[in-house]
Write a protein that binds this ligand. Structure first.
Ligand SMILES: [Zn+2]
Length: 483
């Protein structure tokens, strides 16, 4: 999944905060990463020897072992955090469309995750535009028993400021209005097909959901303006409980061992390609941040955990398991900050959910900017959903990561597609993520006092509302506050 911030971006440059003099260590980290980062080579190796890293598949288990033994080989104190999940894998799919059931033609399509194990629907198609609540108002009962055609993003010509929803939230709305199937039109040119979950809960959905290419989708919309269109969707999929493992490398704190900085990135990927950008670049950068800490023998006042989550694509399963574990053994309050690296590349600054962090982040950033002219000391404050920071955010834990990066080699359009392969990866972009993350983790783990703590339920509710996250959380059934 991607990390989108609704944020405030500030460009600042002034000297380091008196209480912290981390510049010498920042310099060491910078030099070590520039000279010896192994992330690019490791990702290349994993892409070639393992392939995709889908949770619950044999490849997924190999990826967990690959990360575990790599961290071990760097001398890290590493462990598995096993968890059990309902996993989903695609099997067969056939989608046909036409003016009537005797004139249906094949359309290239990909199944969206958590579609039923078996589905066979044949029904009239109804165009629901962007698939937002507002699109259903004028259609009322007309959606019932039909297959909803939904544009993944926001259609050109839509009302200004229309905010999109995640494909899983759009599918949930279609289900609510009685659709018997969902066809989602991808936004990327040249027939690129995207996969990803269509479930807001991570559980199976009651109707089949598929993605078709932009061109065939727009053609279908045109035809629907003139005549009725019908579709048949037939699919089989696997769904069942599987075991997966987060991989955790721990650097115990010397002074405040019970205060923890969690630095994470999901290692799992979808199965259409090798998940190079989503999230090979993030997860293998996190592994190399740990390698750098070990190589330089960095000691930190607070404990730092580098965590490779699994199950992110299937619904944040690994990070939810981590947080559930921490709540169960009453250590969630020990998590002082969570940094997440999901599709982060070549960051130009630091981001966080808590704007109060600006003075510290920009003070550290000013030192980094002296070392690395590529670094613009951007500061971004705001919150989003749909990546592994979410379970921490919903516990009121401050979150953060890189800011202002750009995906390499125009790789954005290949997100979750059969085009997300290693040739898209940029080595220097990964090095910039590694030094950015290692420096921020080191500073957070050593600054005398982190000026923000866990939000109270009241503060968190107000914060989530201010970030326009109430509606998507309600759709997902994750809004625990009274209306
Ligand atoms: Zn991702």
């Amino acid at each position: 999944m991607k990390n989108f911030f609704l944020g405030v971006c500030v460009f600042v440059g002034f000297s380091a905060n008196a209480q912290d003099n981390f510049a010498p260590v920042f310099t060491k980290i910078n030099t070590e990463v520039q000279a010896n980062a192994k992330a690019y080579a490791n990702l290349k190796n994993a892409s070639e020897t393992i392939g995709h890293r889908l949770t619950g598949s044999a490849n997924g288990a190999k990826a967990e072992e690959f990360a575990f033994y790599l961290l071990k080989s760097y001398g890290c104190d590493v462990k598995y955090q096993p968890f059990e999940v309902e996993s989903w894998n695609r099997k067969t799919i056939a989608v046909k469309v036409g003016p009537n059931n005797n004139a249906l033609e094949n359309v290239r399509a990909v199944t969206l995750a958590h579609s039923p194990v078996n589905a066979k629907v044949n029904a009239e198609i109804i165009d629901v535009g962007n698939g937002l609540e507002a699109d259903y108002q004028p259609l009322a009962e007309k959606v019932k028993g039909k297959i909803a055609l939904i544009y993944l993003g926001i259609l050109p010509g839509s009302a200004k400021g229309t905010a999109s929803l995640h494909r899983s939230e759009k599918t949930a709305i279609a289900i609510k209005y009685g659709a018997v199937g969902v066809i989602i039109i991808n936004t990327v040119k040249n027939g690129v097909l995207l996969t990803g979950t269509a479930s807001v809960t991570g559980k199976l959905i009651p109707i089949p959901a598929v993605c078709i290419g932009l061109e065939s989708g727009m053609q279908l919309k045109e035809k629907l303006k003139a005549t009725q269109q019908f579709a048949s969707i037939e699919m089989t999929n696997f769904s069942g409980l599987i075991k997966a493992r987060n991989v955790i490398a721990t650097f115990k704190g010397t002074q405040f061992p019970k205060e923890k900085i969690v630095v994470g990135g999901h290692l799992d990927s979808w199965d259409l390609a090798t998940g190079a950008i989503d999230n090979g670049i993030g997860s293998f950068s996190v592994i190399d941040m740990a390698r750098t800490f070990k190589k330089l023998g960095l000691s930190t006042k607070r404990t730092v955990e580098f965590v490779l989550f699994m199950g992110e694509e299937q619904g944040l399963l690994g990070s939810k398991a981590y947080v559930a574990d921490a709540k169960k053994n009453k250590t969630i309050d020990q998590v002082s900050f969570m940094l997440n690296y999901d599709m982060t590349n070549d960051p130009k600054g630091f981001s966080t959910s808590r704007e109060e962090m600006e003075p510290l982040f920009t003070a550290w950033g000013a030192d980094v900017a002296k070392l690395d002219t590529n670094f613009k000391n951007l500061f971004l404050a705001g919150a989003s959903l749909h990546s592994d920071h979410q379970p921490f955010l919903l516990e009121g834990v401050p979150t953060g990561g890189g800011a202002g990066g750009k995906l390499p080699n125009n790789s954005g359009p290949f997100y979750h597609s059969d085009g997300d392969t290693f040739k898209l990866v940029d080595e220097q972009g990964m090095k910039n993520t590694i030094r950015n993350g290692a420096i921020l983790a080191y500073a957070l783990a050593n600054t005398p006092k982190i000026p923000v703590g866990k939000q109270t339920e009241e503060k968190l509710e107000a914060f989530l509302i201010s970030q326009r996250l109430k509606e998507p959380l309600k759709i997902a059934g994750e809004w625990r506050w009274k209306d």
